[in-house]
Design a protein around this ligand. Structure first.
Ligand code: FE2
Ligand code: FE2
Ligand code: FE2
Length: 166
């Protein structure tokens, strides 16, 4: 394998380790092991450093306009090509949690693609997006610029389930 391929594999592995450790930290916290939770969060932060270094080494971080284009492409691939067959197969197999998880992701990736397209147009014109809060649904990941809706349009969760990003 080429170094470029190795960087891609290492980036994927480190990225997954980051998210896995954060999930493990939440569980450790819930189980009353707060120091173990801290260790998981520390290792997760380190894996992010490794993932970012690998991504930069493979030339994966470009101008913000190019990064937005890459983000639009990734999100579009996911909601158009990747998730529909995943959902179908999960339904066939009666894997209910997977169906819901894939459906939530599909809907939200479409939202992301739209938001990234708007951001791309702004950045191409030399402008930042208009200042606004951005809210994320803790249940499905739905991403809303401005106030949280009364009910999440993707999963139906109430506004209180949204948290804001700064
Ligand atoms: Fe690592
Ligand atoms: Fe997304
Ligand atoms: Fe939601």
């Amino acid at each position: 394998m080429s170094t470029q391929e190795n960087l891609q594999g290492a980036f994927a592995g480190e990225s997954q380790a980051n998210r896995k450790y954060l999930a493990f930290a939440k569980k450790a916290e819930a189980d009353g092991f707060s120091q173990v939770a801290k260790l998981f969060r520390a290792a997760a932060a380190a894996e992010t450093i490794h993932a970012h270094a690998h991504l930069r080494a493979m030339g994966g971080v470009k101008s913000t306009a190019e990064n937005l284009r890459s983000a639009v492409d990734g999100e579009t691939f996911e909601f158009e090509q990747m998730y529909p067959p995943y959902i179908e197969q999960a339904r066939d197999e009666g894997a209910k949690a997977a169906v819901i998880s894939f459906q939530n992701a599909l809907a939200v990736e479409e939202v992301h693609a739209g938001l990234y397209k708007e951001a791309f147009a702004k950045v191409e014109a030399g402008e930042d997006m208009a200042a606004a809060t951005i809210m994320v649904c803790a249940i499905c990941g739905n991403t809303v610029v401005g106030e949280a809706p009364e009910k999440c349009l993707v999963c139906g969760a109430p506004a209180a389930k949204f948290f804001d990003i700064n």
